[in-house]
Design a protein around this ligand. Sequence first.
Ligand code: FES
Length: 506
Amino acid sequence: MDEVKAKIFRYDPSQDREPRYEAYSIPWRDRTTLLEVLRYVYEHYEPIAFRYGCRSMLCGRCGVELNGKPVLACMTFVEPGDIEVEPLRGFPIIRDLVIDRTKAELRSFEGSPQLLRAKPPEEEPEKLPSQAVSRCMDLLKCRTCYLCQAACPMVEAAQDNTVGPAIMSRNIALRAYDPRDEGDRLTEAIDEGLWYCSNCANCKEVCPREIDIPAIVIEDLRAMAVERGLTNPAHKRFASSIKENHNPYREAHEDRLRWADGLNVSNEAETMFFVGCTSAYRRQEIAKSTVKILREADVEFGIPKDERCCGSPILRAGYRDLAKEMVEHGAQALKEAGAKRVICSCAGCYKTLKLEWPKLVGELPFEVIHMSQYLVDLVRNGKIALREVKGKVTYHDPCHLGRHCGVYDEPREVLKSIPGIEFVEMNPNRENSLCCGAGGGVEAALPDTAIKTAISALEKVRETRAKLLVSTYPFCKTNFLDAIAESGEKLEVCDLTELIVKSMRS
Ligand code: FES
């Protein structure tokens, strides 16, 4: 008979000096849930402590971590083989898998969680605009299971400065979107950590109700704050630079293509390379590597003559009008250049062009492709010859490419196609991958928090014993390099395109 071999966290703070793990074997049948596994252990081995209630995803009480991922035990099926079960991280332990939620619950009573209203309704019975009702109802799908809280890298890195996604969503955003509420919810949101979100989407990934917290809580609250002039100073600086210079780095717009001097790149083609601000000004090695690969593969390509910021940093920070200007210009420029496909080597640009440009300017007349996807085709069709590069390599899934866009397989396929590379997975990976901490305006506004988050992700790289960390997002590369400089970690970091160029040359 198939079995589940469960390693379960055990700890009774009233008598144990430290936690331990105990192993149990549980008979497996099709659609065995994690809750059934826990119950079997309770009934057949020893009375481990765990919580549950409705057994149908309604009460939110049965949250635990399965192999490092926060899940609801009642709704999670397990497969035969080894599993590890732990309590949700970041909470005090009452016993075994039972966490003490009191501090979080009490935090939700701080401020003014009730509706604040002095003015009487203008009409009786009062009607709320349907848009406000539906926004609030989206948030009320939350069962306060706190899976998002356990999954949030910023709660881990800056616990004292942010209430985290659950309370930001259930308490603050809910009131901010209610037209009857007269409280100053935006100031409350800022005081409670609105700028401490790296847009990693791990909260959305683990949410059993699939609430899009990064979009409908964080970005919407930030946009409302910007409209009211409650801006973050660092975000305001990069937004005004984007307005004046069309890049967030306060660099001259006319220098945007300086890295391509002498390369004789066309400005019109069916295949266009959208470079992005970070590669154009800060990580030019990635822009140059992309061009080398396209040339090696005999791809006829161009770069827009007047490329401007894709809008990603200002969309994350809430500057929606300015972002729309950038997007309108970018889409028009690519259309005029005759683009049928647009390649991005930056995961942030890719996510923005692919998912957000169509929302702002309608259907695009071109396909948007990430360079890792394009590379798969080049490698499969023998358009580039890869020679041996020896080394143990791991890959970091950037949040914008992975969780936001679902691109996981292509970078791995490309890496594995390089002869001599020993590819090793970091754990966690793919949809559970750790955020580097730089996105969502965090690197600009809270650089120490961004580096602290990246240092904690580097611990997982160290466990792989890889000597090289490969990324597909120039912004992650920079943050990891900063974290390495800060921590003294012995590790190289490069973009996938750079490794491919190395393999082409070897
Ligand atoms: S027992 Fe209620 S959500 Fe799992």
